[in-house]
Write a protein that binds this ligand. Sequence first.
Ligand code: FA5
Length: 367
Amino acid sequence: MNELRDAANIDSATSIAAVREAFEREFERFARLAERGEALSLREIEEAGRELGELKARYTGRKSPLAALKKQIGRVAAEERAAFGQRVQRLEAELSERLEAAERALRDAGARKRIELERLDVTLPGRRPRRGHLHPITLLRQRMEDIFVAMGYAVEDGPEIETDFYNFDALNIPSAHPARSAQDTFYTTDGLALRTQTSPVQIHAMQRRRPPLRIIAPGKVFRRDTPDATHNPMFFQIEGLLVDRHATMAHLKGTIAEFVRRMFGPHTRTRFRPSYFPFTEPSAEVDYSCFVCDGRGCRVCKGAGWIELGGSGMVHPNVLRAVEIDPEEFSGFAFGLGIDRMCALMYGLDDIRLLYENDVRFLEQFA
Ligand code: FA5
């Protein structure tokens, strides 16, 4: 009987040693990994943590050799039981202590690694967002608007698609007029056309505001012109209109002269050449002395000393009648200037098509 008990005890003792040995063998790898913590990648640390969890379950879980040893305690001879129980407890304490230490080391290494990876250097300069800027035509349009607003003009807007009435009839352009031809104008559907000039805004403004009035109307216009260095099928104009009692050609000349002085400098002179527009009578083309050579002749003004500004004239009585303003009581003047060609001259561009090519290398120069 005693022999049998001894055998059982020897067996139990061997199993404790065997479990410890097997654990040590497997655990050694984790002890080393836990020591090297910092040198591992976050993925390696996480992987080691997972495998350590498996090892823990295998050696200390419900179906582990440790659990088997605990069950065995009851079966050991009574006089040996206490000693055996203590040894099993010591093994358990040893295993969990070692496992916990390795777990803690890996957890700490993981946390440090994560902090390191997510570290933010707040002293680094930020990434500046790219700032946009205005197109050269917009810059010029705003300068022109500022000058006229300072002279008491309001800025008006009008539609880019117009009816025949606003684009032609009310502007005294009869149905047989060549400006109405499909060769010159983009029609959308019958009776509607892309406006060929900003002059239709004169009609809208007179209907909306009634005289006395002073307005300018900048905007896009469209013509069936073949693109070349000085023509585009879409370009910008700025329209001006004043209607009042006793408005005269002298007011028109004074207004334009003041505008070019403010725009190009106090020495700039103007020149009016007789011309024809259906909606003004008399009509005049306006030139101003070249802002580069002051009239002597240079490359910019092509040797002429003068640069074309646009068309102008006294509002035709038929136009006033079309919006039910009595031409006996009121008179007015109007002008229409092209912005694109002026922009090209001022910025030294030899081709106005550059303005619409949207080449960032070109546009960036106006930032
Ligand atoms: C007119 O358009 C008249 N509405 C101007 C006017 C208004 C006269 C009020 C009287 C009273 P004109 O067709 O000349 O006029 O054009 C005016 C300006 O537009 C020209 O001086 C020129 O600078 C510009 N222009 C004309 N065609 C083009 C084009 N294809 N590309 C770029 N600019 C153009």
